[in-house]
Design a protein around this ligand. Structure first.
Ligand code: COA
Length: 166
């Protein structure tokens, strides 16, 4: 008797650093996928000044999901679709926080479909309380001494403190 193939999804991004909003999307994904790659891109479409190295970001994500062996933190170079194909992922997950995310996300989804037709993009909505969150806002607030404990998990707080001092 043949066994059903596990559903493998990829959640790509810059994750500099991962926030509770990203975690929320990742956990929702596990309702529809058996296995999830949280994949930190070396090449992000929107060039940004980074705080953490890609390796540090992967390490942080590993700490955040320690104990859940369905989630694997990885870094990838090159095209996301090639990485997804190599790992057997048929779904790419993206979060939609607000209407303002939609145009950019649709562009990415359509380009990715041009690159590999078999990869489906699935959009998930985060919890309302995270709909205004972004990694750059977290970095800015943390850098200016604000309280970010509601926005990031303890391992992320620890790494931010170590990086920014305080
Ligand atoms: N909670 C908190 N923040 C969220 C969020 C959520 N649920 N969803 C999105 N964001 C924020 C991120 O924190 C990030 O904020 P920042 O700009 O302040 O850092 C922003 O939304 C968008 O970042 P992200 O989701 O990481 O996407 P990106 O635009 O940086 O990267 C990739 C997109 C990595 C998926 C894309 O560039 C890629 O696939 N790169 C590989 C190369 C490739 O294949 N290119 C062709 C693409 S068609």
């Amino acid at each position: 008797m043949s066994q059903a193939q596990p559903v493998i999804a990829i959640y790509p991004g810059s994750f500099d650093p991962i926030t509770r909003g990203h975690e929320d999307i990742a956990r929702r994904t596990l309702r529809i996928a058996d296995r999830l790659y949280v994949a930190v891109a070396y090449t992000a479409t929107q060039a940004k000044k980074s705080l953490f190295t890609v390796e540090e970001r992967v390490g942080i994500i590993r700490e955040v999901f320690a104990g859940d062996d369905r989630v694997e933190a990885v870094a990838f170079r090159g095209l996301m679709v090639d990485f997804a194909r190599d790992r057997g992922a048929r779904f790419v997950i993206r979060g939609l926080r607000a209407v303002s995310d939609f145009e950019y996300e649709l562009q990415l989804a359509q380009m990715n479909r041009e690159l590999w037709e078999e990869l489906e993009t699935v959009f998930l909505a985060p919890e309302l309380e995270y709909s205004f969150l972004s990694s750059s806002l977290v970095r800015e607030v943390a850098g200016l001494g604000g309280d970010i404990s509601r926005f990031v998990s303890p391992p992320v707080m620890k790494r931010l403190r170590a990086k920014l001092g305080g």
